[in-house]
Design a protein around this ligand. Structure first.
Ligand SMILES: Nc1nc2c(ncn2[C@@H]2O[C@H](COP(=O)(O)OP(=O)(O)O)[C@@H](O)[C@H]2O)c(=O)[nH]1
Ligand SMILES: [Mg+2]
Length: 201
């Protein structure tokens, strides 16, 4: 599916800059380099989110306005990558409160799309993060990114493995196989996002 329209709204470096957006929101979370910006670009069918070569914006939370072909408009929210060993501690300490203050009090947030590199699977951070999100009442949509990097026969077993690792909470969706490069999984992801955005908070 291609959206009717998509545009960048605003970036925020601190909670006082969070916009008062009167739309259901779906956030995209995952480690640096997992493919967040590429996935947002694929969903928006436009080069709105910068990909890894320009890391400046990746320390900010970025809002995008998207009008799907079906259903109401929504905001996609690009969260800074977490668990990135190469950044120094001071930088990590400033990210965490930013992400947590967003996730803790965002009444318009309906779902978090949680990204996993298909070659790495779930690591400690994600295995802690998913239940943390579920406890706060958010739908979690797990996505395996860069599916093109593994052979076709390996893909479904990796989906099954991630599903096993994440468990069976009610607001946990089935993992979606995704490749920005091949355009794989885009319709499945739009369906899951649309459903979550329509649901009442
Ligand atoms: N092969 C392949 N590479 C991808 C895919 N998605 C992202 N990448 C590459 O992975 C790197 C990080 O992507 P980016 O979207 O910037 O990740 P972010 O840091 O999570 O926003 C870039 O070099 C992308 O081109 C994909 O589906 N397939
Ligand atoms: Mg990015």
């Amino acid at each position: 599916m291609r959206p009717r329209s998509s545009r960048f709204i605003i970036s925020a470096a601190s909670p006082r800059d969070f916009p008062a957006v009167d739309l259901p929101e779906v956030a995209i979370a995952g480690r640096s380099n997992v493919g967040k910006s590429s996935l947002i670009n694929a969903l928006c069918a436009a080069d709105l989110a910068r990909t890894s070569r320009t890391p400046g914006r990746t320390r900010l939370i970025n809002w995008f306005h998207v009008e799907p072909t079906k259903g109401r408009p929504l905001a996609l929210v690009d969260l800074p990558g977490y668990g990135y060993a190469q950044v120094d501690k001071a930088m990590r300490d400033s990210w965490r409160p930013l992400i947590e203050s967003y996730l803790d009090g965002r009444t318009t947030l309906r779902a978090v799309v949680l990204l996993f590199d298909i070659r790495r699977g779930a690591q400690h951070e994600e295995l802690d993060f998913a239940p943390w999100l579920l406890e706060r009442g958010y739908t979690v949509i797990p996505v395996l990114t860069k599916a093109d990097k593994v052979g076709k026969a390996q893909r479904q077993p990796l989906v099954a493995q991630l599903a096993r690792e994440l468990g069976t909470a009610a607001s946990l969706r089935k993992p979606i196989l995704f490749s920005a490069q091949e355009g794989l999984g885009l319709d499945d992801l739009w369906r899951a996002i649309g459903k979550a955005a329509e649901a009442r908070a």
